[in-house]
Design a protein around this ligand. Structure first.
Ligand SMILES: [Zn+2]
Length: 134
């Protein structure tokens, strides 16, 4: 869907932000026990995903932005396409959607956050192979 080398490729395919080949998250978000858990290092290029302790606290801002975007999208579509919906139904639907999507938002926020700081390097994979031979 997205071209390799773009940040969206890494985000939507759950790939390492640097080499875009190794997996980023340990599992898919709906495995609730491991939701949002990330590998310590990229299995392909050996990049350390957490640049420093607490690095992923900043992902909270991204998660917040995603939640607000979800809220605004739902609210707008109620007011444009389902005008007769009662306020109770609107709030209920938004709450349920937010709850259901929380593991996904949590995981997505981490990989987006990582992509804000780590850039794609098409040679990353080869560099690791070289360093393994030293
Ligand atoms: Zn990598």
């Amino acid at each position: 869907m997205f071209k390799k080398g773009s940040k969206l490729f890494s985000i939507f395919n759950n790939k390492c932000p640097q080499c875009q080949e190794g997996d980023f998250l340990v599992s898919r978000p709906y495995n609730l026990v491991k939701a949002g858990e990330i590998h310590e290092r990229c299995p392909v290029c050996n990049l350390r995903y957490a640049k420093e302790p607490g690095f992923y606290y900043g992902a909270m801002y991204v998660a917040y932005a995603l939640a607000v975007a979800l809220f605004v999208t739902l609210w707008t579509s109620f007011n444009l396409f389902f005008k007769g919906t009662s306020i109770g139904w609107q709030i209920g639907t938004i709450l349920v959607a937010t709850l259901v999507l929380t593991p996904y938002i949590y995981a997505l926020s981490k990989i987006i956050w990582a992509n804000m700081f780590i850039t794609y390097d098409k040679d990353a994979r080869d560099q690791k192979q070289k360093s393994n031979h030293l």
